[in-house]
Design a protein around this ligand. Sequence first.
Ligand SMILES: [Fe+2]
Ligand SMILES: [Fe+2]
Length: 172
Amino acid sequence: MLTKTIEIALNKQIRIEAESSQIYLSMACWAEIHGLEGVARFMYAQSDEERTHMLKLIKFVNERGGHAQITELKAPKISFGTFRELFEELYKHELFVSESINELVHITLGEKDYATHNFLQWYVAEQIEEEAQAKTILDKINLIGDDKGGLYLFDRDIQQLTISNSVAISPK
Ligand SMILES: [Fe+2]
Ligand SMILES: [Fe+2]
């Protein structure tokens, strides 16, 4: 059974994952209308991934005697400046999510809820991966600078990243 404190904290995370999914969906649309097909595909895949993060939490809450809450979400931005700003924002957002997961893990220790603590380890590992991925992409963008040819290749590269990622995550 979940304590009320844990249930509320998990529901907050459900909302954050749902909002993350919406943010990346909005980023996908922005990239798509700007002709960045590879980036758009990457963002659509990220959005799907965040939805699976949300669903995994929902299932856990409901199976442990809680009630997962589906709530109104904060609307994401619809415009992202440059594609570099787009990825800076993605990176910052992942840092924010990591912080939120850490806080959640901290709460489970306070409540002596080791089952939830154990469950959350998957999210801890996932955030390490997502932060590293976002950082790698940002480093690439910094290498490209304002070079249009570089941007073209980057857009193609990131499409590859999406394909290899979806192969890697398919057993989940
Ligand atoms: Fe997530
Ligand atoms: Fe994420």
